[in-house]
Design a protein around this ligand. Structure first.
Ligand SMILES: C[S@@+](CC[C@H](N)C(=O)[O-])C[C@H]1O[C@@H](n2cnc3c(N)ncnc32)[C@H](O)[C@@H]1O
Length: 332
């Protein structure tokens, strides 16, 4: 538990607010926590920061800024941030979520694509040893490599190897890409907390074959993580308000030893993607460029399914069994 033992300095931050630094006791070490603005000022400061830069939110970058600091605090709580945690934030924008992370005592690596916002957040948090700002497009940024190096630099070769967390009020247009990019990185990240379009949030956590939008990404999510829908966020909490409400989702990432046992992850997902290419087609047809229809029929019946099975009828475990049966020469 972080115990604030004294205010040590006070500084002005863009947007007219005052921030302060304090000293916290965090387990074995004392830690300086900086740049905390008063909670009720979050919306006002976001507006002022944008105005001071004459900044109009850029639609093509999905810039919908959070005005309700309680949402930021709830996201930080959902990520179970502890003082000293290393956190990757995607798209910090004006820094309202960054501020909540700083307040929780995290060290933050914030990747922002918009140079204007990167400059604004550098001005706001550059003085603070807790925040490193990187002006890059996240989808082209080598997240695993950079974060592994950052973990080693902070924690050395300690055992078990420490993992970072990811938190983001994500631009909606890169949601799927980010999920696909980050979920297989269970040796680097332990938890990923994302604020998404509510419809996407519900769809991503509901990976049962009965779900309307059961797709390869549903299989991918459950293969690499344990997803959980956390809470809904009404659209009027954002500036400008988006056309739809949002929702917060948490993914607890599995480590490699916890993945379902398949002989090759690559060939497993090749099979899953091929299966759904022919959605509503029987698997014996959609998989015929990988396995003969006879082999698929025989594998399906040997794992207790009908030889007419279609991809939307199979659970993750059944896909795993199908893959392993089809790829084990002795069982066919
Ligand atoms: C929905 S806003 C969230 C801003 C801020 N975190 C908040 O909660 O108010 C999304 C942010 O992501 C940034 N962004 C958009 N595409 C990005 C990308 N490919 N890589 C990194 N940042 C991106 C935008 O410039 C914007 O600052």
């Amino acid at each position: 538990m972080a115990l604030c033992v004294g205010v040590s300095s006070c500084a002005h931050i863009p947007g007219g607010a005052f921030s302060y630094s304090d000293v916290r006791y965090c387990g074995p070490r004392l830690r300086i926590v900086c740049a905390i603005q008063s909670r009720e000022d979050a919306a006002r400061n976001t507006l002022k920061a944008l105005k001071s830069q004459n900044h109009r939110p850029k639609k093509w970058l999905g810039q919908h800024y959070m005005l309700n600091d309680q949402v930021n605090i709830d996201m930080v709580e959902a990520a179970k941030i502890q003082p000293g945690d290393l956190v990757l934030e995607i798209g910090p924008g004006t820094g309202s979520l960054t501020n909540a992370l700083v307040e929780a005592g995290a060290d933050i690596i914030a990747v922002e694509k918009d140079p204007d916002m990167a400059a604004l957040i550098t001005e706001r948090f550059g003085h603070c040893g807790q925040v490193e700002i990187i002006n890059e497009d996240f989808v082209k940024w080598p997240a695993a490599l950079y974060m592994q190096q950052a973990l080693r630099k902070r924690f050395g070769e300690s055992e078990p190897p420490p993992r970072a967390k990811v938190i983001a009020n994500l631009p909606f247009n890169i949601t799927t890409q980010v999920v696909k990019q980050l979920l297989p990185l269970g040796c680097t990240f332990s938890h990923i907390i994302l604020l998404l379009q509510d419809e996407a949030a519900i769809r991503l956590v509901d990976a049962s074959p009965d779900a309307e939008e059961y797709r390869p990404i549903s299989i991918l999510i459950n293969f690499f993580s344990v997803p959980e829908y956390k809470f809904r966020v009404e659209r009027d909490n954002f500036l400008p308000p988006p056309k739809v409400d949002a929702g917060v989702v948490s993914f607890a990432l599995k480590q490699e030893s916890e993945y379902p046992q398949v002989s090759s992850i690559k060939s497993f997902f090749t099979m899953v993607n091929s299966a759904f290419n022919g959605k509503r087609k029987m698997l014996r047809k959609s998989l015929q460029h990988l396995h003969s229809p006879e082999a698929t029929k025989s594998a399906l019946t040997s794992i207790g399914l009908l030889e007419t099975a279609r991809p939307e009828e199979l659970t993750l475990d059944q896909f795993v069994a199908l893959h392993n049966t089809l790829n084990d020469p002795e069982t066919i």
